[in-house]
Design a binder for this molecule. Sequence first.
Ligand code: ZN
Length: 266
Amino acid sequence: MGQYRLLVRVPKAEDDFRVTQNIDRKALLKTVKSMGQVQVQSGIFILTFMSKWKPPNATQMKNLIDAVVQILTSTTPFYEDTCEECGRSSSNVVLLEGIPRLQCSSCLDKLQQEVKSAEKHFEAAKPNYKKGIALATGAALVSAVVWGLIAYVFETFFFFAGFLIGLFVGYTLAYGTKKITGGVIGIAISLTLFAVILGEVLFVTFVLLGYGIPLGYLPEAFALYVTEYTGEFIASIVAGLIGAGYVAYYLWSRAKRQRETFDVVS
Ligand SMILES: [Zn+2]
């Protein structure tokens, strides 16, 4: 079962709602069995429909597009060969974030320059390390306490938690820094590992507290825990590393998308 969206550019109308009202839903229902929303929004006609088992095939898509074009010709005004930005005569079609529009070459130049300066501005901007590290340290501390408590109460480590910690720490860091760089990813990995190791230390702390042993014995107790349960300790670190690796991947793909948002004109 999937949801699909068909987008068609139409000239901007004074009253989008009226255009939406005039669209013949019955005619569309002949081509799609399960229809969701039909709307016109600032020059884009959007049809949302559902297909139960498999995506619509080429013939079905062609029928649907034909029906949509048929309906739109009678409900929306025609395009005149004018630039949508300044209204000067132009038949120059460009793709803006993948959406076609009529734009004269001087408006296109202007837009490209704006994009370039936005790109420069973005490249020059530094991540907000202060805010990011403050938030992510908080997230790491909370994660460590939760990790330690869960281990103490259930007497087992849920290694999957390392993965969640990585995601939580990375997300809060990126939320704070706004911009993602190699440095930000490095901090995310370090803080994730810090959270996991601190969680292990807290686990031993909780055990000592549980037996009423003074916390002065913590270093010895932790060393004993690491030598006695080396496998568990290593597994925790590995879980943290997997979490950190995942967060690096997650932040890297977000950074890529941050850059792609400027890739608007073709
Ligand atoms: Zn123009």
